[in-house]
Design a protein around this ligand. Sequence first.
Ligand code: HEC
Length: 111
Amino acid sequence: MVKKFLLMATLIMSGMFAEDAYERHCVPCHAPLPTSLQRMFMNHLLVYGGEHNFKAALKHYLRYPSKDISVMSDLFIDNFGIKEKSTLSDEELDEAIDIYWSKFKVFNKLK
Ligand code: HEC
Protein backbone atom coordinates (compact mmCIF):
# COMPACT_ATOMS: atom_id res chain seq x y z
CA MET A 1 0.00 0.00 0.00
CA VAL A 2 2.67 2.46 1.06
CA LYS A 3 4.84 1.25 -1.79
CA LYS A 4 2.05 1.87 -4.25
CA PHE A 5 1.52 5.34 -2.89
CA LEU A 6 5.22 6.13 -3.18
CA LEU A 7 5.31 4.90 -6.74
CA MET A 8 2.32 7.05 -7.65
CA ALA A 9 3.84 10.08 -5.96
CA THR A 10 7.13 9.57 -7.79
CA LEU A 11 5.37 9.26 -11.11
CA ILE A 12 3.34 12.40 -10.55
CA MET A 13 6.36 14.38 -9.37
CA SER A 14 8.54 13.33 -12.27
CA GLY A 15 5.70 14.29 -14.61
CA MET A 16 5.61 17.73 -13.06
CA PHE A 17 9.31 18.28 -13.42
CA ALA A 18 9.44 16.87 -16.92
CA GLU A 19 7.24 19.67 -18.18
CA ASP A 20 9.11 22.65 -19.55
CA ALA A 21 8.24 26.32 -19.20
CA TYR A 22 6.30 26.29 -22.46
CA GLU A 23 4.19 23.32 -21.44
CA ARG A 24 3.53 24.84 -18.03
CA HIS A 25 2.80 28.42 -19.03
CA CYS A 26 1.37 28.29 -22.55
CA VAL A 27 -0.19 24.95 -23.41
CA PRO A 28 -2.86 24.66 -20.66
CA CYS A 29 -4.55 27.94 -21.53
CA HIS A 30 -4.29 27.35 -25.27
CA ALA A 31 -5.48 23.74 -25.21
CA PRO A 32 -9.23 24.53 -25.39
CA LEU A 33 -8.81 27.13 -28.16
CA PRO A 34 -9.75 26.06 -31.69
CA THR A 35 -6.68 27.65 -33.26
CA SER A 36 -3.54 25.64 -32.48
CA LEU A 37 -0.38 27.17 -31.04
CA GLN A 38 1.32 26.10 -34.25
CA ARG A 39 -1.15 28.10 -36.38
CA MET A 40 -0.76 31.13 -34.07
CA PHE A 41 3.00 30.77 -34.45
CA MET A 42 2.61 31.05 -38.23
CA ASN A 43 0.29 34.06 -37.99
CA HIS A 44 2.61 35.83 -35.61
CA LEU A 45 5.67 35.00 -37.71
CA LEU A 46 4.05 36.29 -40.88
CA VAL A 47 3.47 39.64 -39.22
CA TYR A 48 6.69 39.94 -37.24
CA GLY A 49 9.26 38.24 -39.45
CA GLY A 50 12.52 36.81 -38.11
CA GLU A 51 13.54 35.40 -34.75
CA HIS A 52 14.45 38.60 -32.95
CA ASN A 53 11.31 40.51 -33.88
CA PHE A 54 9.14 37.49 -33.35
CA LYS A 55 10.33 36.97 -29.78
CA ALA A 56 10.32 40.63 -28.79
CA ALA A 57 6.84 41.22 -30.24
CA LEU A 58 5.42 38.09 -28.63
CA LYS A 59 6.84 38.97 -25.23
CA HIS A 60 5.29 42.38 -25.50
CA TYR A 61 1.99 40.93 -26.68
CA LEU A 62 1.77 38.43 -23.84
CA ARG A 63 2.21 41.25 -21.35
CA TYR A 64 0.02 43.80 -23.11
CA PRO A 65 -2.51 41.91 -25.20
CA SER A 66 -4.88 44.11 -27.16
CA LYS A 67 -7.40 43.75 -29.92
CA ASP A 68 -5.65 46.41 -32.01
CA ILE A 69 -2.40 44.51 -32.31
CA SER A 70 -3.57 40.90 -32.10
CA VAL A 71 -2.85 38.86 -35.22
CA MET A 72 -5.99 36.84 -34.58
CA SER A 73 -9.11 37.50 -36.67
CA ASP A 74 -11.99 39.63 -35.40
CA LEU A 75 -14.17 36.55 -35.56
CA PHE A 76 -11.82 34.64 -33.28
CA ILE A 77 -11.58 37.50 -30.82
CA ASP A 78 -15.35 38.07 -30.77
CA ASN A 79 -15.74 34.44 -29.80
CA PHE A 80 -12.80 33.80 -27.52
CA GLY A 81 -11.73 37.24 -26.39
CA ILE A 82 -8.31 38.74 -25.89
CA LYS A 83 -5.95 36.83 -23.66
CA GLU A 84 -5.28 37.92 -20.13
CA LYS A 85 -2.13 39.88 -19.34
CA SER A 86 0.74 37.61 -18.43
CA THR A 87 2.13 37.93 -14.93
CA LEU A 88 5.17 35.75 -15.62
CA SER A 89 8.64 37.08 -14.85
CA ASP A 90 11.05 38.13 -17.59
CA GLU A 91 12.98 34.87 -17.26
CA GLU A 92 9.89 32.69 -17.38
CA LEU A 93 8.56 34.46 -20.46
CA ASP A 94 11.93 34.31 -22.24
CA GLU A 95 12.30 30.63 -21.45
CA ALA A 96 8.80 29.74 -22.62
CA ILE A 97 9.12 31.81 -25.81
CA ASP A 98 12.53 30.31 -26.62
CA ILE A 99 11.05 26.83 -26.36
CA TYR A 100 8.03 27.89 -28.41
CA TRP A 101 10.34 29.25 -31.10
CA SER A 102 12.53 26.15 -31.30
CA LYS A 103 9.51 23.88 -31.34
CA PHE A 104 7.86 25.38 -34.40
CA LYS A 105 10.58 27.18 -36.33
CA VAL A 106 11.36 23.95 -38.21
CA PHE A 107 8.01 24.28 -39.96
CA ASN A 108 9.07 27.60 -41.40
CA LYS A 109 11.83 28.37 -43.79
CA LEU A 110 10.83 32.03 -43.96
CA LYS A 111 13.58 33.39 -41.79
C1 HEC B 1 -4.40 32.93 -20.02
C2 HEC B 1 -4.42 32.22 -21.30
C3 HEC B 1 -3.20 32.25 -22.18
C4 HEC B 1 -1.89 32.01 -21.84
C5 HEC B 1 -1.34 31.68 -20.46
C6 HEC B 1 -1.12 32.14 -23.06
N1 HEC B 1 -1.94 32.44 -24.10
FE1 HEC B 1 -1.35 32.80 -26.01
N2 HEC B 1 -3.20 33.49 -26.43
C7 HEC B 1 -4.33 33.28 -25.67
C8 HEC B 1 -5.50 33.74 -26.41
C9 HEC B 1 -6.96 33.66 -25.91
C10 HEC B 1 -5.03 34.24 -27.63
C11 HEC B 1 -5.86 34.80 -28.81
C12 HEC B 1 -6.45 36.13 -28.51
C13 HEC B 1 -5.41 37.20 -28.52
O1 HEC B 1 -4.68 37.33 -29.52
O2 HEC B 1 -5.31 37.91 -27.51
C14 HEC B 1 -3.57 34.10 -27.61
C15 HEC B 1 -2.73 34.51 -28.62
C16 HEC B 1 -1.43 34.04 -28.78
C17 HEC B 1 -0.59 34.27 -29.95
C18 HEC B 1 -0.93 35.20 -31.12
C19 HEC B 1 -0.26 36.54 -30.73
C20 HEC B 1 -0.58 37.72 -31.60
O3 HEC B 1 0.38 38.37 -32.08
O4 HEC B 1 -1.76 38.05 -31.79
C21 HEC B 1 0.56 33.59 -29.77
C22 HEC B 1 1.74 33.48 -30.73
C23 HEC B 1 0.48 32.98 -28.44
N3 HEC B 1 -0.74 33.27 -27.88
C24 HEC B 1 1.48 32.21 -27.85
C25 HEC B 1 1.53 31.98 -26.46
C26 HEC B 1 2.72 31.52 -25.76
C27 HEC B 1 4.06 31.18 -26.40
C28 HEC B 1 2.38 31.47 -24.44
C29 HEC B 1 3.28 31.11 -23.26
C30 HEC B 1 4.39 31.98 -22.96
C31 HEC B 1 0.98 31.88 -24.33
N4 HEC B 1 0.51 32.17 -25.57
C32 HEC B 1 0.27 31.94 -23.13
C33 HEC B 1 -4.36 32.76 -24.40
C34 HEC B 1 -3.22 32.50 -23.62
